[in-house]
Write a protein that binds this ligand. Structure first.
Ligand SMILES: *[C@@H]1O[C@H](CO)[C@@H](O)[C@H](O)[C@H]1NC(C)=O
Ligand SMILES: *[C@@H]1O[C@H](CO)[C@@H](O)[C@H](O)[C@H]1NC(C)=O
Ligand SMILES: *[C@@H]1O[C@H](CO)[C@@H](O)[C@H](O)[C@H]1NC(C)=O
Ligand SMILES: *[C@@H]1O[C@H](CO)[C@@H](O)[C@H](O)[C@H]1NC(C)=O
Ligand SMILES: *[C@@H]1O[C@H](CO)[C@@H](O)[C@H](O)[C@H]1NC(C)=O
Length: 433
């Protein structure tokens, strides 16, 4: 870079005598080097030697780096210029390590990771990075060995705002030391490989993270954590809560302590899917959390009538209530849910419900027809397909309509043609003519 500087080039071009050229060049190079080292700290501080050594120790804990994520991490260079490292432009301290292994179209292995994943362990040397705010190591094989425990020392990274360890094959108990990360905004310990390797039997440490906005513990075994609703109700800033496939204990979370609900006024996304809750839907605590925009209750086996309070959840955009074992019935009306875009009730409703009545309970009288995807397959619904007058509230919005595997009879009304934005219509496996 230095030799390409215009001054150095001109020096070469205009000199005639070799010795003088050499001397002049040396002077220019030395001068610009001096200028560079003097100028850099002003515009962009260089890395702190202790932090560079900590990062190199972290690299030593990595036994395999097929994606070359750490190739720029070399002794003798400025660690603030290494890839995936970000320093504060004020102090030169490392503030972010973004080593997410993002599968970019490459072959996926049986863990769903691509071949670029780091292999090894997470070195405690990271504790030297006392200003680290953002740590993303997700989807790498950094579980170490032999017990693959989630390192409790991570609780010492006191400046962390964002910690993402999702998709790492840790097993054993989630260390309560994570409760020392009192500045955390976002914590993701989830996995999507189906098996629960991590478990937690006591979530009281969560209450020490009052700033938490995003929490994902999906696929962590929480069957022995009866206190989880109380722990969650202590997180007033929570916006997203993902607890899919957590084996949530069925008896203890029927209701949050009533006053606790007042603390969850910011909750927008809730995923409780794939937990066998097996109790009447009406007893759940979330139906009157009106800030919710996304609810995923797929495979929860909630039964009985969904409460009428659902019609007051006017922020709701996505409701997935699919695969719940055909034990539920709909509330009187969903007409006020003008923001609803996606409604999935596949394999969840008690047989014999009337299709026209259900269609009429959907959002209407709204400024615009927002409902785009409606899945009603395999619900044993009866009746004839509604005519246009009764579908008006769905025109202009509906893109997917799945009514397959029901007991619908009669002919297909010509006025279905008025659903002009429809891209997918499935009315197979009915008794239609
Ligand atoms: C330093 O970083 C902050 C954001 O992190 C940015 O707003 C600011 O412009 C940066 N300053 C310099 C001198 O690059
Ligand atoms: C954590 O990382 C995964 C990808 O590795 C990503 O899908 C997920 O959204 C991240 N979680 C948060 C809370 O940002
Ligand atoms: C973190 O929290 C645990 C208890 O959860 C505590 O014993 C420990 O002293 C705390 N401090 C550090 C630095 O881990
Ligand atoms: C609500 O949160 C505050 C702290 O953020 C806590 O002190 C209080 O006990 C919580 N209420 C309930 C009922 O959980
Ligand atoms: C939600 O409903 C329950 C009873 O069903 C009630 O005790 C609670 O106060 C309600 N919460 C809000 C925020 O409306």
């Amino acid at each position: 870079m230095m030799l390409r500087s215009p001054v150095a080039m001109r020096a070469t071009a205009t000199s005639t005598r070799p010795a003088a050229t050499k001397f002049l060049l040396t002077v220019v190079v030395v001068l610009s080097l001096a200028l560079a080292t003097y100028a850099v700290p002003l515009s962009r501080p260089t890395c702190v030697p202790e932090e560079r050594d900590a990062l190199l120790s972290f690299k030593e804990g990595v036994t395999s780096d097929p994606g070359g994520l750490l190739t720029s991490w070399r002794r003798g260079s400025d660690c603030c210029r290494w890839r995936h490292v970000r320093c504060s432009n004020q102090t030169g301290r490392v503030v972010a390590l973004s080593l997410r292994n993002a599968p970019g179209g490459a072959e996926l292995d049986d863990r769903g990771n691509d071949e670029g994943a780091l292999v090894g362990r997470i070195s405690p040397s990271l504790l030297s990075l006392s200003r680290l705010r953002h740590l993303d190591l997700s989807r790498n094989y950094l579980e170490g060995s032999p017990d693959a425990a989630l390192p409790a020392f991570l609780g010492g990274l006191r400046s962390l705002r964002y910690l993402n360890l999702s998709g790492i094959y840790f097993s054993g108990e989630v260390p309560p030391q994570l409760g020392n990360l009192s500045r955390l905004r976002s914590l993701d310990l989830s996995s999507d490989f189906g098996t629960q390797l991590l478990r937690s039997s006591d979530l009281s440490w969560l209450a020490r993270l009052p700033l938490l906005r995003h929490l994902s513990l999906s696929s962590i075994d929480m069957s022995r954590a009866p206190d989880w609703p109380r722990a969650v109700s202590m997180l007033p800033s929570l916006k997203t809560l993902y607890l899919s496939s957590c084996s949530l204990p069925s008896t203890n979370h029927w209701k949050l302590p009533a006053a606790g609900l007042r603390n969850l006024t910011n909750l927008e996304e809730l995923d409780l899917s794939m937990n066998h809750l097996n109790h009447p839907a009406a007893y759940s605590w979330f139906w009157n959390v009106t800030s919710l925009t996304h609810i995923n209750l797929m495979g929860t086996f909630l039964s009985g009538q969904l409460p009428n309070a659902l019609d007051a959840m006017v922020s709701l955009e996505i409701l997935d209530f699919s695969y719940n074992g055909n034990m539920a019935t709909m509330p009187r009306s969903l007409r006020n849910l003008c923001n609803l875009r996606y409604l999935d009730l596949e394999s969840s409703l008690v047989g014999g419900q009337d299709i026209v009545k259900l269609m009429e309970s959907l959002p209407q009288g709204c400024p615009s027809n927002r409902l785009q995807q409606l899945y009603l397959a395999n619900n044993g619904m009866v009746g004839t397909l509604p005519n246009y007058k009764r579908l008006r509230h769905l025109t202009g919005g509906l893109q997917v309509l799945d009514l397959s595997y029901n007991n619908l009879t009669g002919s297909i009304p010509l006025s279905m043609g008025n659903l002009t934005s429809l891209g997918t219509l499935d009315i197979s496996y009915n008794k239609l003519t």
